[in-house]
Design a protein around this ligand. Structure first.
Ligand code: PMP
Length: 352
């Protein structure tokens, strides 16, 4: 830290991203990427159609991508916002919808960035404890003067609320923005997108990083009432109007055009998730039922930190969180069947 850093940020604890190793020998099951590459249309779109145009700025309106997404989700272009990864949307949403009298409410165990954004903007916040089984109780989210942020499915637990429960939260908070972070929704949970037609306070956030195999392209989108989308656009045009680059924009359109390919990948991941969960239970692990592309699991024989370390020594990266409440647990991304067999074999050796 230099002496020049604004005092406001001196104590800020930044987000710690999962490790992105340079060593490709490692089997990477730590940051919930897809084990499958983007589809052929995406590769084609990046290689030929757009590369020659990189000398030009990208379209600040992202009109083509918005139209494609609007058609896909039965919305109009004015209900869609696109951004440089969904983290960027979360950032803008915290900037736009919280502060002053409006505090933030989010689950105690959830995506680490919520706390970071709250700290970054000096917001008051409340963390709501989960139930014993890691589920979220919708009754805890009836409140006033709050922006409510819920990941569904939640991360790192993988547990999902039903559409009925989500609607209860949105319906009982007409004066609060309810942000539903659906980064992992394509792996078996119910999406809240259809509720956008009914509720002006609902902001649904999704990403191309997980089910659509494009974490490295950085593309997220939000679906909401025209008013909330206009608010996000206002922040974007006041900070970084070209925040979605040309290659990513073209890749996003191409990915929507080959939906069937990604749907099939999701099906395979869900199948491999059931297989892995079953095998882990056989090995004596506790496994939280998951609707995401990862499993939250506890090894009864050793602490989560120790398991992480032992697997790392065998070339397999999983995730361990420092937080005291979940230090016995690990989060394991679902890879290919072969990767999971490698993992299961390594676990057997490690736990003896
Ligand atoms: N929300 C949740 C719950 C996540 O786990 C992640 C991925 N780390 C994100 C949002 C951000 O995803 P991205 O910025 O890649 O779209």
């Amino acid at each position: 830290m230099s002496k020049f850093l604004n005092e406001r940020y001196r104590k800020l604890e930044s987000y710690t991203p999962g490790e992105q190793p340079k060593d490709t020998v490692l089997t990477k099951l730590n940051t919930n990427e897809s084990p499958y590459p983007p589809g052929p249309k995406v590769l084609e779109a990046i290689n030929s159609r757009e590369a020659a145009n990189l000398r030009l700025y990208s379209d600040p309106e992202c009109a083509g991508l918005k139209e494609t997404l609007a058609k896909q989700y039965g919305m109009t272009k004015n209900n869609i916002y696109v951004s440089n990864g969904s983290d960027d949307i979360l950032n803008f949403a915290f900037m736009a919808f919280a502060g002053g009298r409006t505090e933030v409410l989010f689950p105690e165990i959830s995506y680490g960035f919520y706390q970071v954004f709250a700290d970054l903007y000096n917001l008051k916040y409340t963390k709501v404890p989960l139930k014993e089984d890691f589920s979220i109780d919708p009754k805890d989210y009836v409140c006033q003067n709050k922006m409510i942020v819920i990941a569904n499915p939640n991360a790192p637990t993988g547990k999902a609320l039903s559409l009925y429960e989500i609607e209860e939260i949105v319906r009982t908070n007409p004066e609060n923005v309810v942000l539903i972070d659906e980064a992992y929704v394509d792996f078996g949970a119910e999406s809240a997108v259809e509720l956008v037609h009914k509720y002006e306070n609902l902001l649904v956030v999704q990403t191309f990083s997980k089910s659509r195999s494009m974490a490295g392209a950085r593309l997220g989108f939000a679906i909401a009432s025209e008013g909330l989308i206009a608010d996000l656009e206002k922040i974007k045009f006041s900070t970084n109007p070209y925040n979605v680059n040309r290659l990513t924009c073209a890749a996003g359109i191409a990915a929507i055009e080959e939906n069937d390919y990604y749907r099939e990948n999701c099906r395979k991941i869900v199948e491999t998730r059931s297989y892995t969960a079953e095998k882990l239970v056989e090995l004596g692990f506790k496994v939280v039922p998951s609707k995401a592309n990862f499993l939250f699991t506890k090894c009864e024989k050793m602490d989560g930190g120790e398991l992480y370390q032992k697997l790392r020594e065998k070339g397999i990266l999983i995730r361990h969180f420092d937080s005291e409440k979940i230090s016995q647990y690990n989060r394991i991304t679902i890879g290919t069947r072969e990767e999971m067999d490698l993992l299961l074999g390594a676990i057997e050796e490690v736990i003896g």
